[in-house]
Design a protein around this ligand. Structure first.
Ligand SMILES: [Zn+2]
Length: 347
């Protein structure tokens, strides 16, 4: 089948890739005809750098892991899905017998196999085989484009869950990229009264400001800590989400935090970073780390369907599958004002 293949760093091609030869459909699997696939920062990073941390592209690999599609075949033991169902898929498949999985932490199972993380292929291709347990039906009022946003949204919902947000909390999200914005939406859905969002791109901040009771702060023009102290009578915010992955931003996470507050580290850091342990101590700050997500896909689908969360303003550009290589070239140039680009496969 034709797939978008990362041959090696900075070398993409749309070409025949006979992955179906290695795909065995078990009794608990479904075959899915793919419809929409989002371009993730990690896909772009593999394209531009050839690796993320310990994961290195050593052989041609199909990109893509944010997907929706239609069930076209069901294994004999599948009970919750049928042919024709519109679905979205959780891209990480853990070992069901691992200790981490049995403890409910399947996302941090060291044996997890995650789409488009070497050596596991992604899904920028016409179809894939996936376990029923990690495939979720989309209600009629959730589009394929929104369905393909469930994967990034899941990161925000997992972060908000770890923060243990209470109604009326005030939060700060550092970074207005796709993950920062879905985190802001998740924080509001979890009950935050207001969310501050920082970035250096005014176009992204403008999108943020349109998503709800969100106050944008451009950190190149304004002092973020002072602005938050003023807005909170000197108290600070209950939750800080670090979604930039920048060591400089991460170094400041405790300054805007209130006593007893919580910091959630979301952005990936390729190298060790330093943070102000003294500032954390005097606040008795709780620090949470997240790695992807677990147990949140059904919640994300339910919130998209009910209207509790609307991701449509984040969908800024759509490409045809035949233009996938160009889509990645554009995504790699990080155009201002673009949040989420998606690729649509021929149906
Ligand atoms: Zn992603």
């Amino acid at each position: 089948m034709e797939a978008l293949v990362l041959e090696k760093k900075m070398d993409l091609s749309l070409r025949d890739f006979p992955i179906e030869r290695d795909e065995v459909m078990g009794p608990h699997d479904v075959r899915i005809k793919l419809h929409t696939v989002g371009i993730c920062g990690s896909d772009v990073h593999y394209y531009t750098h050839g690796k993320i941390g310990p994961f290195e592209v050593k052989a041609p690999m199909i990109l893509g892991h944010e997907a929706s599609g239609t069930v076209v075949d069901c294994g004999a033991a599948v009970t919750t899905l049928k042919v024709g169902d519109r679905v979205c898929m959780e891209p990480g498949i853990p070992d069901p017998n691992s200790r981490a999985t049995r403890l409910g932490m399947y996302n941090i199972d060291p044996a997890v196999r995650f789409w488009a993380t070497p050596p596991v292929h992604g899904i920028l291709r016409p179809s894939c085989v996936h376990p029923e347990a990690f495939t979720f039906k989309l209600p009629d009022n959730v589009s394929f484009a929104e369905g393909a946003m469930v994967e990034p949204l899941a990161v925000g919902v997992h972060a908000a869950t770890k923060a243990r947000i209470r109604p009326g909390d005030i939060a700060l999200v550092m970074g207005a990229g796709p993950i920062g914005l879905v985190t802001a939406l998740s924080a509001l859905a979890a009950g935050c009264a207001r969310v501050f969002v920082t970035d250096i791109d005014d176009a992204k901040l403008e999108i943020a400001a349109g998503l709800g009771p969100i106050t944008p702060i451009n950190v190149l023009k304004e002092n973020m800590v002072e602005r938050i102290r003023q807005a909170t009578d000197g108290w600070g915010v209950e939750v800080v989400f670090e979604a930039t992955g920048s060591p400089q931003a991460a170094a400041t996470v405790f300054e805007p935090l209130c006593p007893g507050g919580c910091v959630v580290m979301i952005g990936g850091q390729p190298n060790p970073i330093s943070y102000d342990a003294g500032a954390a101590m005097v606040r008795e700050a709780r620090v949470e780390n997240i790695f992807r997500y677990a147990h949140v896909f059904p919640r994300c689908v339910a919130m998209l369907s009910s209207g509790a969360i609307d991701v449509k303003p984040l969908l800024t550009r759509k490409f045809d599958f035949k233009d996938s290589v160009r889509a990645f070239e554009i995504a790699a140039s990080a155009p201002k004002g673009d949040v989420k680009m998606q690729i649509e496969l021929p149906q």
